[in-house]
Every structure is written in C-alpha cells, then in structure tokens.
Unconditional design. Structure first.
Length: 184
C-alpha cells in the first residue's frame, strides 16, 4: 500500500535534484559556520560520500537487481549517504533551524521517491520482494553472506556519482570561506 499519492511522488521525483540544489544554496547562505563546527561536520560528510560512492560502484540501474556492496546491508545506501552528508553540513552550518529544514526536506522528498523507486523495482525485478523481506530500507542488517560482486569505478562514473562529490566540495568550500570571512 502506497503512503504517498503517485502524482505527488512523481512530481517530487521530477523536482528532487533542482530543489536539492536550491536547498543547498539556501543552506550555505543561512549557515553560520565556525572552524570547530566545520571540523565536527566533515567526518559525517566524508562517510556519507564514501557510502554513496560504494553504492554507485555497484548499482546497475534498471539492468539487474543490485544486492551487492552496501545493498547487501540496506536497500537505500545512496539515501543513507545523502543523509549523512546533510547531517555533516547541518553540523558545519551551526544553525539548529537548518536541521529542521534538512529533516523536512528528507521527509517530504526522499520518502515518496524511495516508495516510487521501490514500486518500480518490484515491477522490474520479481526477486525484489524477497530482497525487501530480507534487507531493511534504512536500518542496516547483517547479511548471511556477501554477494561476490566487487566495486566498479566504471559504474561509479557511469552513475555520475562524482557530481555528489563536486556539489559537496562546492558547498563545503563556501562554508569554509564564509567562516574565514566572518573571522576577519
């Protein structure tokens, strides 16, 4: 049973990336970073980017049901990685209200998108139902065994995951410059 109307989920899916870019820009402008918060947030961001990279290096969109790499532990590692990057940026920004904004964005945007994507995967791959019964959506589980597939840098590039790294680098560089500017 769907939690979100399909029309809403489709609209959110369409506007997910542009709205994320707009949110990142607003976030950077409203942020009040200082060196300690930048240093505290960075490990969360790097862990999130690493999880996203690991996931992208296993993901074969619409070709096969991906169950290797981080997908052996959790069904939505890309979103978990994004959540960790957002958490790191919230910490770096040093503004509590931005945590509420980021949390609201994840609830309104990512939950309907995940539901839509999982419906698509269930239609595309009959094995998805068994996979989703074994592996939770957001809380990692320990698999009985790890699939043998290994990370592919070619897949990482094909999935254009480097764009997440570039986006993070731009936002964090802006936060660092803003922190330096304010300390002058």
């Amino acid at each position: 049973m769907a939690l979100f109307p399909k029309r809403f989920a489709d609209a959110v899916q369409k506007w997910r990336v542009p709205s994320g870019i707009a949110l990142a820009a607003l976030f950077a402008l409203l942020a009040d970073p200082v060196l300690p918060t930048l240093l505290l947030g960075l490990p969360f961001c790097l862990l999130g980017l690493a999880i996203r990279a690991w996931a992208a290096g296993h993901l074969r969109k619409n070709e096969t049901l991906t169950v290797s790499g981080p997908y052996a532990f959790v069904r939505n590692p890309l979103y978990i990685g994004s959540l960790l990057v957002a958490l790191g940026c919230v910490i770096a920004a040093a503004r509590a209200e931005l945590a509420l904004l980021a949390g609201l964005y994840f609830l309104v945007v990512y939950l309907p998108v995940v539901e839509l994507e999982e419906q698509h995967l269930a239609e595309l791959f009959p094995a998805f139902r068994d996979y989703s019964a074994r592996v939770r959506a957001f809380l990692p589980t320990l698999p009985e065994r790890l699939p043998p597939e290994s990370f592919s840098f070619e897949l990482y590039l094909r999935n254009r995951e480097q764009r997440a790294l570039y986006g993070f680098a731009a936002v964090y560089a802006f936060l660092i410059l803003k922190s330096l500017w304010r300390s002058m």
